[in-house]
Design a protein around this ligand. Structure first.
Ligand SMILES: C[S@@+](CC[C@H](N)C(=O)[O-])C[C@H]1O[C@@H](n2cnc3c(N)ncnc32)[C@H](O)[C@@H]1O
Length: 267
């Protein structure tokens, strides 16, 4: 029997056992198998829209990265994501940075630790007492992040504190005007509700300079973040950094002689 026929018969037999025989003999196993297949399909679909790239595919040598990882909590990115964020700052040479969603300051700290000494990091957070007065509702599951005791607790007493300007307010009511087209890097990790992911993305695009960068956290984790980024992938060259939920876009410079460091993100 030719090898290809043997392989096809083997695969078909296996699928029949899992999907037909198990459905009668072991319904739980059949259901787990169907769910696993659905998850694989979903991941394939996402990869088709937002391809995965290694950090070093975008920047072959980001250089030394400083990462402060101290007892991470629910709401913080993973240690690998904090490292990658630091690497994006190093590699892109970002000096003027805007962040949406300070929380306890874990990400703000990476931005500050990896930017040049004269860098400025603006970080916007919703004050706890404004959680019921936002332009559109937050998701029930994310209210806890907004209700933390203090924004930027991890920044207190750090040697990079002077680089950081904390801002307070609802991102949907925040005017891009004073910062329009000036940011080397905008990091989005505010509300995960669809309206907010859309409006924060528009705010970021208004603030990023030509040739600058935007990074979103939580692709593939919060369904609305994933859906909005899947939509945006039709307009911007988005890539997900390997082993993370970080999605990166390089804003086209629209001109020859772009002075930003790092290659264009090509999908
Ligand atoms: C998941 S946390 C961010 C995590 C953070 N980047 C870190 O270092 O771990 C989301 C943050 O976004 C803030 N946020 C939620 N909705 C917001 C809004 N409409 N405007 C500004 N900030 C918002 C919350 O208060 C919370 O601090």
């Amino acid at each position: 029997m030719p090898a290809w026929l043997r392989r096809t018969a083997g695969t078909t037999g296996y699928l029949c056992r899992r999907l037909l025989v198990d459905a009668l003999a072991a319904p739980e196993r059949a259901s787990a198998f169907r769910e696993a297949i659905a998850r694989m399909r979903e991941a394939e679909d996402r990869e088709a829209r937002v391809p995965v790239r290694r950090l070093t595919d975008l920047w072959p040598s980001p250089g030394p990265v400083t990462t402060a990882v101290e007892a991470l909590t629910d709401g913080n990115p993973t240690a690998i994501e904090l490292f990658c964020l630091g690497a994006v700052v190093r590699a892109s040479g970002a000096r003027v940075i805007f962040e949406i969603g300070t929380f306890d300051g874990a990400t703000t700290l990476q931005l500050a630790l990896n930017s040049p000494p004269d860098a400025v990091i603006h970080t916007l957070d919703l004050p706890a007492d404004a959680v019921d007065r936002t332009r559109s509702p937050l998701l029930a599951q994310e209210r806890g992040y907004a209700l933390k005791p203090a924004s930027g607790a991890r920044l207190v007493g750090t040697p990079v504190r002077a680089k950081i300007r904390q801002l307070y307010g609802d991102s949907a009511a925040f005017s891009a005007e004073p910062f329009a087209g000036q940011m080397d890097l905008v990091v989005i990790d505010g509300s995960h509700a669809r309206e907010y992911v859309r409006s924060d993305s528009a705010l970021a695009r208004a603030m990023a300079r030509p040739g600058g960068w935007i990074v979103w956290h939580d692709y593939g984790v919060w369904p609305d973040v994933t859906a909005v980024l899947d939509e945006l992938a039709g307009e911007l060259p988005l890539v997900r950094l390997e082993a993370t939920t970080l999605v990166v876009a390089h804003i086209p410079s629209g001109e020859d002689g772009d002075t930003s460091r790092g290659p264009s993100v090509t999908t």
